[in-house]
Design a protein around this ligand. Structure first.
Ligand code: PLP
Length: 405
């Protein structure tokens, strides 16, 4: 049997310019972001400035991880212990984890067949729960109808926070993802669009939220060393009223990220070329239903999803194991036991009783997912299409054999 030879978890090397910048930081010994020589601005502050500029946001804070960015976004936006926070039920485990970590109570919102948030259920869940916050994940890079979402949030007095872990570099009707809500949260963990191992970025136009976020992230009284934050003399009482919950980024990671940020648009083009090969190929296969990509959405195709809505469970199981035998680790959100990154809302037992989300249940039951690392080329993607299609056909035969038995 033909098997795929490359690894779906192998990212590109860090660019040479980033390695050199990182080595320079190490030679200086000044890894802590506030440890600056006379007149030096520091890699972390420069990264914040460049990232804010790339989005057209007023402020940016670099921090320890994407999950941490969401935690301080919620706190800086005024979350108190016990407050309810809406979140789409199809998301990654750090989202409910972040809400839980700052004392919030996640309220699940159902999704549509295209995996984006169900606007009607959002309105319903908001009214039922009285939640004042909505932490919206643009899960796997699919952006919902942002105008409608923003309108509901404005109508009901809900503070929107965007989780842009999969939409860094993406936009909706030309406006960058992360600039629709009060706060945008991004991750620079290895499998996202920029790679510093771990890391997070928070953006906002709101000076009060930014002041609180800076102090929360552990700035001590050194907030005058930021280049993308409100003026130091505006920190007044905030600096005394806000706890220090240490979670800074360091100059080493920032040095690794800055040259990558400069490449983001070019990476997006490369990702989307690979995505289109997979999309077109899977589109030909019987039983596969792709997630539509609306023209308003300028996405970054760093992963691809599809559904198999008409296939019975045992056929999907046979298909997935056929892919695995071909060395294609297709992730399936319908698995009862969570595996790798595919844990789902019903694996987060610490949430206790949650709202029913029947369409999420239906969609996830057949939803498949593949990462697209940039170490692949277009012919790798064509080979993946061929192997996946083969496995799909083969699973049909095994299904028939089962029935005959
Ligand atoms: C990766 C991810 C996060 C969290 O990012 P970390 O930097 O790993 O904490 C949040 N949301 C989604 C959807 C993610 O994929």
């Amino acid at each position: 049997m033909q098997t795929f030879s490359k690894s779906f978890t192998q990212q590109e090397p860090i660019p040479d310019s980033a390695i050199e910048a990182a080595v320079a930081v190490m030679r200086s010994g000044r890894l802590h972001r506030y440890n600056l020589a006379e007149g030096e601005r520091g890699e972390t502050a420069l990264l914040e400035q460049e990232f804010a500029d790339s989005l057209g946001a007023a402020y940016c804070l670099a921090c320890a991880s994407g999950g941490y960015a969401m935690q301080i976004a919620l706190r800086a936006a005024g979350l108190q212990s016990g407050d309810k926070v809406l979140c789409n039920a199809f998301t990654l485990s750090p989202v409910p984890g972040s809400i839980h970590g700052v004392g919030g109570v996640p309220v699940l919102v159902d999704i549509k067949d295209d995996t984006t948030v169900d606007i009607d259920d959002l309105r319903l869940a908001a009214k039922e729960s009285g939640a004042r916050f909505f932490l919206l994940s643009h899960m796997r890079g699919h952006i919902g109808d942002m105008e409608a979402i923003v309108e509901i949030c404005n109508d009901l007095g809900i503070i929107l926070i965007e989780d842009c872990a999969h939409t860094m570099g993406a936009s909706w009707k030309g406006r960058p993802s992360g600039t629709f809500g009060k706060v945008g949260c991004f991750s620079t963990q290895t499998y996202k669009h920029l790679n510093s191992g771990e890391g997070g970025l928070l953006t906002t136009d709101d000076p009060e939220i930014m002041r609180r976020a800076v102090i929360l992230s552990g700035s001590y009284m050194l907030f005058d060393r930021h280049l993308a934050a409100p003026a130091a003399d505006s920190f007044g009482d905030v600096r005394l009223q806000t706890p220090n919950c240490s979670g800074r980024m360091d100059n080493l990671r920032a040095a690794v990220l800055r040259p990558q940020l400069a490449e983001l648009a070019e990476r997006r083009e490369r990702w989307n070329r690979l995505y289109r090969v997979l999309e077109e190929g899977f589109g030909q296969a019987e039983s596969i239903v792709l997630i539509p990509r609306p023209p308003e959405e300028d996405f970054v195709g760093s992963s691809i999803q599809f559904r198999l809505p008409d296939l019975p469970r045992d056929r999907i199981e046979a298909f997935i194991s056929g892919c695995e035998r071909r060395n294609i680790p297709l992730k399936w959100y319908g698995r009862y036991e969570p595996e790798d990154y595919t844990s789902r809302y019903d694996s987060w037992r610490y949430l206790g009783n949650t709202r029913r989300v029947p369409n999420t249940e239906k969609v996830l039951a057949s939803l498949c997912d593949l990462r697209i690392p940039l170490t692949f080329n277009e012919s790798d993607c064509a080979e993946i299409v061929q192997l996946v299609s083969e496995s799909l056909k083969e699973s049909d035969k095994s299904d028939m054999a089962n029935k005959e038995r």
